[in-house]
Write a protein that binds this ligand. Structure first.
Ligand SMILES: [Zn+2]
Length: 146
């Protein structure tokens, strides 16, 4: 799948993308049927959001007779990954562990998920530094404040 570089998707647009990712190809009617009630959005709002996603090249359009068919130009995996990288990039590297702890606390996790996380952490522990270096600009975090 071709990935246009760094498309930023708003929370509302993300709702649309989930419908497209789940179905592969959709018409605006199908998106409207899925989201009209859940989000309490007007049809025009949904069409505007679809239009924006086409403009951003997150969606591509093909024509089937008079109908427009939409499909994703960016994968769900890549988009979710770039979103989680964004979260970590917003704090000092020294705070990444704390952010992840907060996520773990709030996440719905199965026993299998937790075992997976424990294995992943066990692997990471092997090569982890004693302390993570701060890479912030001086003045953007309190690491530099004496
Ligand atoms: Zn820092």
């Amino acid at each position: 799948m071709m990935i246009p570089t760094q498309i930023s998707i708003s929370e509302a647009e993300w709702e649309i993308m989930r419908v497209v990712w789940a179905n592969g190809t959709v018409t605006s009617r199908e998106v409207i049927d899925t989201l009209e009630n859940k989000m309490n959005w007007k049809q025009s709002t949904i069409k505007t959001l679809i239009g924006r996603l086409v403009e951003k090249e997150a969606l591509k359009t093909t024509k089937d007779g008079r109908k427009f068919i939409y499909s994703a130009n960016i994968s769900e995996d890549d988009t979710v990954r770039s979103f989680s990288e964004d979260i970590l990039a917003r704090v000092c590297k020294k705070q990444n562990g704390k952010v992840i702890q907060q996520l773990v606390e709030e996440a719905a996790l199965s026993q299998t998920d937790i075992e997976g996380l424990m294995n992943q952490l066990q692997d990471k522990l092997t090569n982890a530094p004693v302390e993570v270096p701060c890479e912030c600009a001086v003045g953007q975090c309190d690491c530099h404040v004496a």
